[in-house]
Design a protein around this ligand. Sequence first.
Ligand code: FUB
Length: 305
Amino acid sequence: MSCKSTKTSEAIKAVAKFNNPIITDKYTADAAAIVHDDKVYIYAGHDQAPNDVNAYRMHEWLVYSSSDMVHWEAHPVPLKPTDFNWASGSAWASQVIERNGKFYWYVTVEHGSIHGKAIGVAVSDSPTGPFKDAIGKALITNDMTTQTKISWDDIDPTVWVDDDGQAYLFWGNTVCKYAKLKDNMIELDGPIMTVDLLNFTEAPWIHKKGDWYYLSYAYQFPEKIAYAMSKSVTGPWEFKGILNEVAGNSNTNHQAIIEFKGKDYFIYHNGNIPTHGGSFRRSVCVDRLFYNKDGTMKRVVMTSE
Ligand code: FUB
């Protein structure tokens, strides 16, 4: 993997560009990130498609950590779809969230016996694992009865724990869905609702800054990242525009937004590794994110631009 630039968190101030992509020894996609004990952890799917295969081949997720957003440490493979004995494969997009001293990892996988993608949950006492299946079955399965009637509409989970302790799961392709989670984080607690978002494709991500909630998502196809804002995690959401243009050489994009040591970061992927990089051999990147005084986010300037 690449380890670039100077040491310590002071490097964050000094480095204007991140020499993207930040990981170059493996193809990585769909990064989610958390901050824990002064470190950032990035969880990514491993794009393993051979150079002559233009299809997703994703057999494991990876985890990297950093104290300065510049030097990234690779940890042992923490989770695979085969760790869910009801799943058949496909390490698609995921998100880890910490609650009550445990780390819950919400993942997209292919279900082994119910046609289509499903969402599972793994749990660990450590952000780097080992993680194990927390339920023994899927949290969300595809029932082909929703508005989209596609087999991959139940993908891309993101979880938000609100200030009152209520946790919410957002997910979806074509239609953005959400539901409350019980305190145990492994059961839904109420009906599945939908959010009406302009040109929603997939990849919802919830974050909060001040008293604004942000719902960013992959918009159209090839995917840009757009976002909406609200004063409540349950909406109503107001569309605010494009945050990130189509990232180089990849039809998909998938974002994570975090604040770390007083600075805001936009984590995403592109297909820019020379020769074989592309939509099925993607690479995680990071760039700074800036807010306007009214809470809206400035368009992210990718260092590859
Ligand atoms: O990596 C597989 C799928 O591509 C993800 O689940 C989507 O968000 C898109 O990035």
